[in-house]
Design a protein around this ligand. Structure first.
Ligand code: DND
Length: 207
């Protein structure tokens, strides 16, 4: 059975924490394909009105294009092509039609995993894919909460895996704030392609 990985996000912007987690995910779960899927409108956040979905998609595309010769990873426009809110349930339903004989692995950061019970059609979602949890920080309280929730879900028959990645503590919000204050010393956090794209188009800069 093929293994299709999915990594969904707002990716506003996509950063090195996302990139490292995605590549580790691909390798550890021996994926046949990994789709990076930026949301059109994320269900749980205020819509990033100033940044077009197409712009967030373009940043993902240029970020992950460099892996093409090595891995089967690509940015997918499946959510941004649809109007409205991008519920993961709907996306997985569509992917299950496109890849009927595949097992879907969905990568989430620890913050999103702990929020999972608030996701649209949460119980059904848990039956549609294997959730894989990536650490976002080295906080032991978070880790304890993740293990507790994982144990609970596994005892109810669901499949939850841990990426066991080395945490890379950065968030898109922090990066946007740095750019807004004209701090472009971000080569430790953004891949060069994405940083150039942001600089050239003056994205996130207060006008
Ligand atoms: P975010 O906007 O939180 O992603 O969205 C994550 C995914 O969850 C999207 O596909 C949403 O559509 C889906 N979701 C959320 C809530 C409700 C529902 C669906 C629903 O259907 O009802 P970000 O752009 O902030 O980050 C992308 C992913 O990367 C997230 O899972 C985040 O936790 C993770 N992440 C990191 N992982 C490892 N190291 C780091 C990370 N920073 C973010 N440094």
């Amino acid at each position: 059975m093929n293994r299709i990985g999915v990594f969904g996000g707002t990716f506003n912007p996509v950063h090195i924490g996302h990139e490292i987690a995605a590549v580790e995910f691909y390798g550890k779960f021996e994926l046949d394909k990994l789709l990076i899927i930026p949301a059109n409108i994320p269900p749980h956040k205020k819509s990033p009105e100033d940044i077009l979905p197409q712009t967030r998609f373009d940043m993902c595309r240029i970020c992950f294009d460099k892996y093409k010769s090595l891995y089967n990873i690509e940015a997918s426009d499946i959510e941004i092509k649809k109007d409205g809110v991008s519920y993961t349930f709907n996306t997985l339903e569509t992917l299950k039609k496109i890849y009927p004989d595949s097992l879907i692995y969905f990568l989430v950061g620890s913050d999103m995993f702990l929020y999972l019970e608030h996701w649209h059609r949460y119980a059904e979602l848990l039956e549609m894919c294997v959730f894989v949890v990536a650490c976002r920080n080295n906080n032991n309280t978070d880790r304890h909460e993740i293990l507790k929730l994982r144990e609970n879900l596994i005892s109810r028959g669901y499949q939850i895996e841990l990426l066991d990645n080395a945490a890379f503590e950065i968030s898109s919000t922090e990066l946007r704030d740095k750019i807004k204050s004209n701090n472009y010393d971000l080569s430790d956090y953004l891949s060069p392609e994405v940083l150039n794209y942001i600089k050239e188009r003056k994205i996130y800069v207060l006008q």
